[in-house]
Structure formats: structure tokens, C-alpha cells
Design a protein around this ligand. Structure first.
Ligand code: KIV
Length: 274
């Protein structure tokens, strides 16, 4: 998949997108035929056990983006720019976006909306790097938008989201994530812009859907947002497997002969001198 393929999917079929942060997971997501894989800064919460996405930086994001790159063969691979890599000044933003392309080999970067977003987005796109926007609930600056809440619930706020989507399209973004937005507002935005609107907690009318992989696999137990559907319950599966291993070791049932190596009896006898 490249940027052109993703743009062409709009109005043809829904676009699928999931996060992945490591080689085995990215490999499975890619083999399943997901269109876009995002090395999200949700890494902070669901993999590293941190409280906020603002607590990951370039070093962690590059490390995980490189692991995903080794696995992904077909999907479009995108990296989330961590908070302090682009919200400080546009020069650093361009430099850091280039690092994702050159060092990790991703095909695009994703930026969350903030006050200076248009200028930073413009400079990154001018440097030849494809950008996916992200509006609505922007976790990196949640404290500035009233917390982890649905955005665009009144006409004035909804108009702001519509305007932001139009600005991002005009600047040349190839897609925009809508997070926690009422479904009718997402529908309006998806209709108004020619680039794909990918929803997370933004209803059925978006051009595509994204979820955090650890949420949808039931592998993140700290909290579950309303918009998450669990397609598996891996925490339970893993817990049961680990308990089974523990019990079999203690009860001397593992390793059995099937999982052990043998020496021929005559060789063993030589060793014992008998
Ligand atoms: O970091 C992330 O996982 C994201 C998705 C929620 C889109 O930004």
C-alpha cells in the first residue's frame, strides 16, 4: 500500500487501520491484510505502562517503528510523532519527521492537532513527507481540551473540527483521524473532505476505522474506552497458559519425553562405565 492506494480507497470501500508496536504483532496485522499500520504513541499506555502518551519520545518511537518495519510487507506503515518531537518548533518537527522516514523506514507520520499544527504540518509536507492529521480528542493535549471527552458535541465545537479537517486537507494531508467525535459530525467531515477520514470512536460513517491493537485483542486491562470492541480476550488466554506452565513444572509434568532429548543407551553406559 502507498499513499495513492489509500486515497483511492475513499468512496470505494472502508479503510482498515490498526496499531502495532513490535515485529510479531505487526507481522500478523500485515498478513491479515490491514491497509494501514500505525506505530502509535499509545505505545506509552498499552506497552510501556506509562500514564500519558506525552511520556514517550523519539528514542522509544524509533525503536518500535524499526521493529514494525522489519515485519510489514504490504500495509502502509505510519509512525506517530511523539509530543515533544513536533509541538516545540517547526524546525525540530521537520528534522524528527525525517528521522522516522530515513532511520525507521516508515512511509508517513501522524500529528495531533494543536495551536501550531498548520505551520508544522505545512513544513513537514513541504519537506516531502506525507502527513496524516488527527483531530477531535487529541490525547497529547487532552488537558487543553477538557480531558478525555467526546469533542464537537455542540455546534460551535463541531464547526471547529470541520474547519480543522478542511485546513489539514488544504495543507496536503493524505488522511485525517477523527477521535471521539459524534457520528453525524464525522459523517459531515467525511463528506466535506476528499481525503479519507479514519474514525476511532467516531461512528460508522467515516471512510475507515482504526483501533489500538492491545485494546481490540483484550490485552490491555487498565481501562477500556466505550468505542473499543474486543475481538479476542488474550489476557485471559495468556494468564491461563502461564498458570498451566507453572503448575506442570511444579507437578513435574513438564518437560515430558516429547519435549526432551535422548542419548542412546549404549553411549550412556560407556559414560557410567557399566
Ligand atoms: O496512538 C495511537 O494509537 C493513535 C490511535 C488512537 C489513532 O493515535
Amino acid at each position: 500500500m502507498d499513499i495513492k492506494d489509500i486515497l483511492e480507497l475513499k468512496n470505494k470501500r472502508k479503510i482498515t487501520m490498526l496499531t502495532a508496536y513490535d515485529y510479531p504483532t505487526a507481522s500478523l496485522v500485515d498478513r491479515a491484510g490491514i491497509d494501514i499500520i500505525l506505530v502509535g504513541d499509545s505505545l506509552a499506555n498499552v506497552v510501556l505502562g506509562l500514564e500519558s502518551t506525552t511520556q514517550v519520545g523519539m528514542a522509544e518511537m524509533l525503536h518500535h517503528a524499526k521493529a514494525a518495519r522489519r515485519a510489514v510487507k504490504d500495509a502502509l506503515l505510519i509512525a506517530d510523532m511523539p509530543f515533544d518531537s513536533y509541538q516545540t518548533n517547526p524546525q525540530d518537527a521537520v528534522k524528527n519527521a525525517k528521522r522516522f522516514i530515513e532511520e525507521a523506514g516508515v512511509q508517513a507520520v501522524k500529528l495531533e492537532w494543536f495551536g501550531g499544527c498548520p505551520e508544522v504540518t505545512k513544513q513537514i509536507i513541504d519537506a516531502g513527507i506525507p502527513v496524516m492529521g488527527h483531530i477531535g480528542l487529541t490525547p497529547q493535549t487532552a488537558d487543553k481540551i477538557g480531558g478525555f471527552k467526546v469533542q464537537g458535541k455542540d455546534a460551535q465545537d463541531a464547526q471547529k473540527l470541520i474547519d480543522q479537517a478542511l485546513v489539514l486537507e488544504k495543507l496536503g494531508c493524505f488522511a485525517v483521524v477523527l477521535e471521539c467525535v459524534p457520528d453525524k459530525i464525522s459523517q459531515l467531515i467525511a463528506k466535506k473532505i476528499k481525503i479519507p477520514a479514519i474514525g476511532i470512536g467516531a461512528g460508522i460513517h467515516c471512510d475507515g476505522q482504526v483501533l489500538v491493537i492491545n485494546d481490540m485483542l483484550g490485552l490491555f486491562e487498565r481501562y477500556t474506552p466505550k468505542f473499543v470492541k474486543k475481538y479476542a480476550h488474550l489476557s485471559e488466554t495468556i494468564l491461563k497458559a502461564v498458570e498451566d506452565f507453572k503448575n506442570e513444572v511444579i507437578q513435574e509434568k513438564f518437560p515430558d519425553l516429547k519435549h526432551s532429548f535422548m542419548i542412546k543407551e549404549e553411549e550412556f553406559k560407556k559414560l557410567n562405565g557399566s
